[in-house]
Write a protein that binds this ligand. Structure first.
Ligand code: CNA
Length: 299
């Protein structure tokens, strides 16, 4: 079910679901912001929902669950991250109806850019082209050795992640062994030769493409759609405030987002909202989604 809410409308003309449909029809350069909520139907927990990842790592007794993604902590003790990384490991080659909805926006030539905070790389399976996609917090698609910067494909460390083991760099393996064995007196960090997925930890900069493109995209976009994100992590969360005043903003989310000023809030499971919008937008908006069977229930 889609609940429509329009509390602090910025634009007098954009208040209802029909207004939202009209804007989607009219828009030529849609900027889509996405977050963990677009992948929960595939079984990947989000962070902040009641059954989300942060509530699932309470047993670790951290003062702040975000410490799991703290670069300094990772470099001191990578075992913390690798004890829980299996919980957010992306499923392979599946994507949600919402991912398909973004792909349809793209196929109609209306997608200016999808700024995703997700690290699951499922947009690529849905066919969203690399030039239309900014993975603001990186992704599991690749991993890098923290010592020698050797790159590997993400899937090369998936087995270790599933087994809750720390993946090591093949290039640094010999030296790590030697240092551990011979230099018992000298300090060898636990993270020596550890492969880290190329996801952006707290303490790391966002990818350069984000900074390269966001300013231009903000000035060009004619509609903003924000889906499945609590908009609590800057600088992606700040995009909403920086959108020019005349540009309509639509929210699609399970929960209301009260700290932002959307024109129309379409509240519900985003796959349902996307299917509803697609059905109202007409046949050519059909979501070409073939993986409904693999959907494992929403957060
Ligand atoms: P969040 O703070 O956990 O917020 C998720 C939002 O999505 C909440 O407001 C929920 O109400 C909403 N939501 C959950 N399920 C649905 C659904 N089925 N339909 C509609 N809305 C839903 O997560 P954010 O993305 O805002 O936070 C940014 C973090 C989350 C980034 O750094 C990501 O890397 C990180 N993250 C990514 C993934 C992933 O890649 N799939 C998973 C978990 C966390």
């Amino acid at each position: 079910m889609v609940k429509v809410r329009s509390i602090r409308t910025r634009l007098d003309t954009v208040k209802t679901i029909d207004d939202a449909l009209e804007q989607i029809n009219k828009a030529q350069k849609i900027l889509v912001i996405t977050g963990a909520g677009i992948s929960t139907s595939l079984g990947i927990p989000d962070f902040r929902s009641s059954k989300g990842f942060y509530s699932q790592v309470q047993h670790l007794g951290l003062s702040d669950p975000q410490e799991v993604f703290d670069l300094e902590i990772f470099l001191t003790d990578p075992s913390l991250f690798y004890s829980i990384a299996h919980m957010i490991l992306p499923p392979e080659k599946i994507f949600s109806p919402l991912h398909s909805f973004i792909q349809v926006i793209q196929s109609k030539g209306k997608l200016l850019r999808n700024y995703t905070q997700n690290i699951d790389n499922l947009e690529s399976y849905a066919g969203i082209s690399p030039e239309k996609l900014i993975q603001c917090h990186g992704s599991f698609a690749t991993a890098t050795c923290v010592t020698c910067k050797y790159h590997v494909k993400g899937e090369e460390i998936f087995e270790d992640i599933k087994n809750r083991e720390i993946p090591y760099c093949p290039k640094c393996a010999k030296m790590r062994k030697k240092l551990m064995k011979n230099d018992e007196d000298s300090f060898v960090p636990d993270s020596y030769g550890v492969l880290k997925p190329d996801i952006t930890f707290f303490g790391e900069p966002l990818p350069e493409t984000f900074h390269d493109l966001i300013r231009r995209d903000l000035s060009e976009c004619d509609l903003l759609i924000s889906v499945g994100t609590s908009l609590k992590v800057a600088p992606v969360a700040d995009i909403v405030d920086k959108i020019p005043e005349h540009v309509p903003q639509i929210l699609i989310n399970k929960d209301p987002i009260d700290h932002c000023n959307f024109d129309v809030s379409l509240l519900g499971y985003c796959d349902d909202v996307a299917s509803y919008l697609a059905s109202r937008l007409g046949k050519s908006w059909d979501i070409p989604h073939k993986d409904f069977d693999s959907i494992r229930g929403s957060a």
